[in-house]
Design a protein around this ligand. Structure first.
Ligand SMILES: N[C@@H](CCC(=O)N[C@@H](CS)C(=O)NCC(=O)O)C(=O)O
Length: 423
C-alpha cells in the first residue's frame, strides 16, 4: 500500500520524498484534497505534527514530520540503495550535503524571500546578511561542483535531491540569472538535475525568475480557516499524485497571493526611443579591445538624450567604508536590489582608493528624464547616494562618464579597488 504524504502539490519540501520515491520505487501518494491552512490544522493532523506544518508522511509505524526525515525514510525503505551511497564515507558526505543544503542554502534563500513577500518583517540589513551568507554558500558549492558532476560519487543521491529542491525555490523566486551567473557550476548542476526524468516528473518545467519580488508590506499571520465542507458526492475526485505545477516556497504563501493584473510600468508608456538599451549592453559586454574607440564611441552614437538620462551618484557615507569586502558587498547588494530596473537601466559603480576609507561613486543610465520613481520606492540604497544629472553639453562631465564606463585608472587621481557593472 502506498505511503500517504500530507502536503499540497506545489510544496518543495514534499518534492524531496516524491523524487526519492521515483528513484527507489517506494510508493508514495499525495493525500487527496489537501487544503493548506485547513487540512493541516485539524485535530487529527495535529496529532501527527503538533506544529501543524507540512509535509507529514503516514507510515504503517506512525507519522513522520520534517521533510528531510521523510525523504530519508522513503530512501531507506529500499535496501542497498544508491541514493544513500555505497560506503560509510559516502553516506557521511551525503548527510553533510543534506545539512549544507538545509542550513546554508535553504535558510538563507528563505531569509531573503519570505520578508519580501510580506510573511516576515523586511529589514534591509537582514536581507543583506542573508544574501551575503547565501553567496558564500553558493561560492563553496560552485567550487565543489567545478570538479564533481554530483554532490557525492558518480550518480544522483539523496543529497542532490534535497539540494535541488531547495535551489528550485531560489531559482524560481529570487535568484535571477544575473545573480546565479557568478556560479556557473551551480547553474550547470541545477539545470542538469531538474531535467533528469525523475525530477522533471515531480517538478514540472522549472523557470528561472526574471526579477526579485518587490517588497510587500508585512501580512498578518493567516487565521486557521473553517474546515472545508465535505464535497458533493457527484464531484469528480482529484488525482492523488498529479504533476505539480510551479514550485512555491510555502503553500500558505501561495494561498494568500491573489494574482492581480500587473500594472504597466510608466516607463513603458514613454515615446519610443531610438536607443535600444540591450544593444548598448551587448556592445559593452562584447567589446574586449579598443574600448574607447568601439564601446564609448558606440555609446554616444546610440545615446538618445530625449529617451534616456545619465546620472552620477556619490555615496553619502564614504567615511564608513573602512573594510574593503564590506564596501564591496554593500555595492554588490545595491546592484542586486536594482534587479527590478534591468529593463530600464545600465550602471557602473566604482569603489575607489587603495586605502580605506573607500569612496563609492557611480554612473547610471535611466530610461526617461528622471530617476524612475519605482526605483526610488523599491530600492532603499538610492537614498544613500547623492544624485546629480549629467549635463552632456559639458565636455568635462562627458569625459567623466567615459572614464566611469571604461573603468579608467587612476580615476580622479586614485586607484580602483573594484568596478561593478549593472547591465
Ligand atoms: N523544516 C520543515 C518546514 C516545514 C514548513 O515550514 N512547512 C510550511 C509549508 S512549506 C508549513 O506547513 N507552514 C504552515 C504553518 O507554519 O502553519 C520541513 O522541512 O518539513
Amino acid at each position: 500500500m502506498a505511503l500517504v504524504l500530507h502536503a499540497g502539490n506545489t510544496n518543495k519540501n514534499a518534492f524531496k520524498a516524491l523524487i526519492a520515491a521515483e528513484y527507489t520505487g517506494v510508493e508514495v501518494e499525495l493525500v487527496k484534497n489537501f487544503e493548506m491552512g485547513v487540512s493541516n490544522k485539524t485535530p487529527e493532523f495535529l496529532k501527527m505534527n503538533p506544529l501543524g506544518k507540512v509535509p507529514v508522511l503516514e507510515t504503517p509505524d506512525g507519522p513522520i514530520f520534517e521533510s528531510n526525515a521523510i525523504a530519508r525514510y522513503v530512501t531507506r525503505r529500499k535496501a542497498d540503495n544508491p541514493l544513500y551511497g555505497t560506503s560509510l564515507i559516502e553516506y557521511a558526505h551525503i548527510e553533510q550535503w543534506i545539512d549544507f543544503a538545509s542550513l546554508e542554502i535553504d535558510t538563507n534563500i528563505m531569509r531573503w524571500f519570505i520578508p519580501r513577500i510580506g510573511f516576515a518583517v523586511y529589514l534591509p540589513p537582514s536581507e543583506e546578511a542573508a544574501i551575503s551568507a547565501l553567496k558564500r554558500a553558493l561560492g563553496a558549492l560552485n567550487t565543489h561542483l567545478a570538479s564533481n558532476t554530483y554532490l557525492v560519487g558518480h550518480s544522483v543521491t539523496l543529497g542532490d535531491i534535497i539540494m535541488t529542491c531547495n535551489l528550485v525555490l531560489g531559482f524560481s523566486r529570487v535568484m535571477t540569472k544575473s545573480f546565479t551567473s557568478e556560479y556557473p557550476h551551480v547553474e550547470r548542476y541545477f539545470w542538469t538535475m531538474v531535467n533528469q526524468p525523475n525530477f522533471k516528473k515531480i517538478l514540472g518545467e522549472v523557470k528561472q525568475t526574471e526579477s526579485v519580488p518587490p517588497v510587500q508590506s508585512a501580512k498578518k499571520p493567516s487565521q486557521p480557516k473553517e474546515p472545508a465542507k465535505p464535497k458533493a458526492k457527484s464531484e469528480p475526485k482529484k488525482e492523488a499524485k498529479k504533476e505539480p505545477e510551479k514550485p512555491k516556497s510555502e503553500e500558505a504563501v501561495e494561498e494568500e497571493e491573489v494574482p492581480k493584473p500587473k500594472p504597466k510600468n510608466p516607463l513603458d508608456l514613454l515615446p519610443p526611443s531610438k536607443m535600444i538599451l540591450d544593444e548598448w549592453k551587448r556592445l559593452y559586454s562584447n567589446t574586449k579591445t579598443n574600448f574607447r574607440e568601439v564601446a564609448i564611441k558606440g555609446f554616444w552614437d546610440m545615446y538618445d538624450p530625449e529617451g534616456y538620462s545619465l546620472w552620477f551618484c556619490d555615496y553619502k557615507y564614504n567615511d564608513e567604508n573602512t573594510v574593503s569586502f564590506v564596501t564591496l558587498n554593500k555595492v554588490g547588494g545595491f546592484l542586486q536590489r536594482m534587479d527590478l530596473a534591468r529593463k530600464y537601466a545600465f550602471g557602473k559603480m566604482l569603489v575607489i582608493g587603495s586605502e580605506p576609507p573607500f569612496k563609492v561613486k557611480g554612473l547610471w543610465l535611466f530610461r526617461g528624464q528622471e530617476i524612475p520613481q519605482f526605483i526610488i520606492d523599491e530600492c532603499y540604497d538610492m537614498e544613500l547616494y547623492d544624485w546629480k544629472k549629467v549635463d552632456i553639453t559639458d565636455e568635462a562631465q562627458k569625459e567623466r562618464v567615459n572614464q566611469m564606463i571604461e573603468d579608467f585608472e587612476p580615476f580622479e587621481g586614485e586607484a580602483l579597488l573594484d568596478a561593478k557593472c549593472f547591465k
